[in-house]
Design a protein around this ligand. Structure first.
Ligand code: SF4
Ligand code: SF4
Length: 299
């Protein structure tokens, strides 16, 4: 079984307990306006192009079977419309101005990479976290990788937007030790900000809670979109209503996604103002005042 993976991050300390390896799977059914990993959204391999790194050597021009690259009067023009993501140009670009995003990997390959750091997980109560993109969107691979991880004695986390058929979510219950469940917007604004309705997500969350699952709620806060008192209160009330909720993570907007979207050639680059640390602390205090669940912010 294979899946399209766009990154494997080692020594992660924010995506579940202890030291972890995070496997980022490519492709997501949501299109959050503020996505800080826009390269995770498409289910296809893509190409990052960073013009500032290009030294104009022309190796990509001769490598490309589709004639996507043209160097003209010192300018590098890249026609993405014709690109078939074969990666030949990136393999010739020693300046790393071109980079393939997404690699097909087998469960065995990913597990081998994950297990290389087992000692660190054992000493820190860490483990493996599957993230994305949306791991549930590549369900068979996710199930097999979680199963293999459990058999190898690893603690497993699944970071999810929760938008998937309930039978798939239910099938993973015995394989996930901790769910990292996104709470992105008020029910009224959810579709506008993410492209999908909130109800199936909430139904899945209630279902795993009734089944005895443990979860952390992961809450991106984007200034002017979802950092309202109303939304914060809804997060607190949701956490209070879940038996298995252990923690609320506040995730203030990070502009990392803007540069990535530009490197993907996107025309719809989203921008929001950075949320000041003092304001994040205020949100943390507000949530703490309305829930008994631990609230965590990265400040
Ligand atoms: S191979 Fe890389 S550095 Fe050379 S022209 Fe192409 S993008 Fe620029
Ligand atoms: S990935 Fe392949 S088709 Fe796309 S620009 Fe590079 S060489 Fe051309």
């Amino acid at each position: 079984m294979e899946a399209l993976v766009f990154d494997i991050e080692k020594f992660a300390v924010h995506d579940g307990p202890g030291i972890r390896t995070v496997v980022f799977m490519k492709g997501c059914p949501l299109h959050c306006l503020w996505c800080h990993n826009p390269e995770s959204q498409s289910f296809k391999t893509e190409l990052f192009f960073t013009p500032e790194k290009c030294i104009g050597c022309g190796w990509c021009v001769s490598a490309c079977p589709q004639k996507c690259h043209i160097i003209q009067e010192g300018r590098h023009l890249f026609d993405r419309e014709k690109c078939i993501s074969c990666g030949r140009c990136a393999s010739k670009c020693y300046a790393e101005a071109l980079e393939v995003v997404g690699k097909r990997m087998s469960v065995a390959e990913v597990l081998k990479s994950v297990l290389a750091d087992k000692l660190f997980y054992d000493n820190s109560n860490g483990g493996v976290t599957l993230s994305g993109g949306e791991p549930l969107a590549q369900f068979e691979f996710t199930r097999e990788l979680l199963d293999a991880s459990k058999k190898a004695g690893l603690h497993t986390c699944l970071e999810t937007c929760g938008y998937a058929p309930s039978e798939k979510v239910r099938a993973l219950l015995p394989l996930v030790d901790l769910w990292l469940w996104d709470v992105k917007a008020t029910p009224e604004m959810h579709k506008q900000f993410t492209g999908v309705e909130y109800k199936p997500i909430l139904d899945n969350l209630r279902m795993i809670d009734e089944a005895g699952a443990k979860m952390w709620l992961r809450c991106p806060l984007i200034h002017g979109l979802n950092d309202s008192e109303e939304h914060l209160l809804q997060i607190a009330e949701l956490a209070n209503s879940l038996r298995g909720c252990q923690r609320i993570d506040i995730e203030p907007y990070h502009p990392l996604g803007e540069g990535k979207a530009q490197r993907l050639g996107r025309s719809d680059v989203f921008h929001a103002d950075f949320i000041d640390k003092a304001i994040v602390k205020k949100y943390e205090s507000f949530l703490t005042a309305h829930t008994n669940v631990q609230v965590y912010s990265p400040t």
